[in-house]
Design a protein around this ligand. Sequence first.
Ligand code: SAH
Length: 224
Amino acid sequence: MRIDILTLFPQMIESFMNESILGRAQKGGFAQIVLHDIRDYTTDKHHKADDYSFGGSAGLVMKVEPIYRLITKLKSEREYDEVIYTSPDGETFNQPMANSLSLLNNVIILCGHYKGVDHRIREHLITKEVSIGDYVLTGGELAAAVMTDSIVRLIPGVLTDEQSALSDSFQDNLLAPPVYTRPREFNGWSVPDVLLSGNQALIDQWQMDQAMERTLALRPDLLK
Ligand code: SAH
């Protein structure tokens, strides 16, 4: 899968994309994450990518031309399944959306900044608008990072044990059961006996019961 991220501040997310599981996914050839600096697609001598908004309301608006040039160039090189704009008024991102996006081949994520992008971009170039929650960020970079992280770890082969993505919270609308590691006893705090019993059927049952109990207690809405 290839994800092209369009931003005025590529450095904000560059190192994040190359660490841990995202870094490994790229080295292993499972995902290609390409950052593009929108400013590189300006043509005036001051490299102006934003301007005052018509109508006089406060704040800068990202200009249409550089973003149009960049998206048009990318589309001439390959076919994109979605051109996503990160926006607080978009559809709220969640695990089912991450699952379906992880099945796509080529996706563009456009990060807004300041007051957002010229609305004509949203009207004519964007196919999907996504919010990561009901709060306002300085820019779409963190939203793009959040989405890319949760999408890429779902691509088969990215996690060493594929099961570990399937048993995460929200898959099957259940929260994950508690996990423990060595030592068996710390400070008088012990690990549940069943996990040390060696009886896999009992362990599976315990984990399922715990997942159900935690979901009922913490997120009953998921079970509806
Ligand atoms: N004026 C806009 C907010 C601009 S915030 C409004 O009121 O809707 C600047 C940019 O940050 C946005 O263009 C968007 O790309 C990004 N952003 C802010 N909050 C976000 C959120 N919750 N989810 C996704 N992107 C967000």
